[in-house]
Write a protein that binds this ligand. Structure first.
Ligand SMILES: CC(C)(COP(=O)(O)OP(=O)(O)OC[C@H]1O[C@@H](n2cnc3c(N)ncnc32)[C@H](O)[C@@H]1OP(=O)(O)O)[C@@H](O)C(=O)NCCC(=O)NCCS
Length: 152
């Protein structure tokens, strides 16, 4: 795994994405428990911890993809470290329809609005996805989080 860097001024972030009835929006506090339970069910406890951090600030640093009141995906920013994107995930049966890309671009635009020029994608699993969608490039070094022997 590797951290990756994205230029937030890239024209790839200006791409018009097809909506397909999916709304990308910020988590609001009354639904935090629903989001955390969903992340635990579809992903991992480690990601629940990170998502909890993202949902515990106002406004939240967590964005969700919703269709007909169903949660389909999530993405966090400024969570593992400041300036980091992730974790993110889309429900397995809903992948491949552009929802991950919508969440990614929406989140990176928010980071640009916060004043960052670049974002780091932490411990990127699908390197090809990030390269193709937003022109991210791998950072030659081990991921920042791996320098810490955290408890998992
Ligand atoms: C990565 C993820 C969020 C993408 O969500 P998605 O809704 O399927 O994304 P999109 O539909 O916008 O884009 C899918 C594209 O990414 C590509 N892709 C997905 N995973 C990939 C991978 N591991 N490596 C390379 N490409 C990948 C698909 O082939 C597809 O390509 P296409 O646009 O040319 O058809 C989703 O696959 C997921 O939840 N994965 C498990 C969790 C995870 O790995 N999160 C990232 C942690 S850093």
């Amino acid at each position: 795994m590797t951290d990756m860097i994205v230029n937030l001024h890239s024209e790839l972030l200006e791409e018009k994405l097809e909506q397909k009835g999916v709304i990308i929006r910020r988590v609001v506090p009354p639904e935090k428990h629903v989001v955390l339970e969903w992340v635990g069910k579809h992903f991992s406890e480690k990601w629940v911890s990170e998502c909890d951090v993202a949902c515990s600030v106002t406004p939240a640093d967590c964005f969700i993809a919703v269709k007909d009141k169903e949660l389909l995906g999530f993405a966090c920013i400024d969570t593992t470290f400041r300036n980091f994107f992730g974790p993110t995930g889309v429900k397995e049966e809903e992948r491949g329809q552009g929802i991950g890309q919508q969440l990614l671009i929406h989140s990176l635009k928010e980071m640009k609005n916060k004043g960052y020029a670049y974002a780091i994608i932490g411990d990127a699993g699908p390197v090809g996805f990030y390269r193709a969608k937003v022109g991210a490039v791998p950072i030659e070094n081990k991921p920042a989080l791996q320098y810490i022997e955290y408890l998992d």
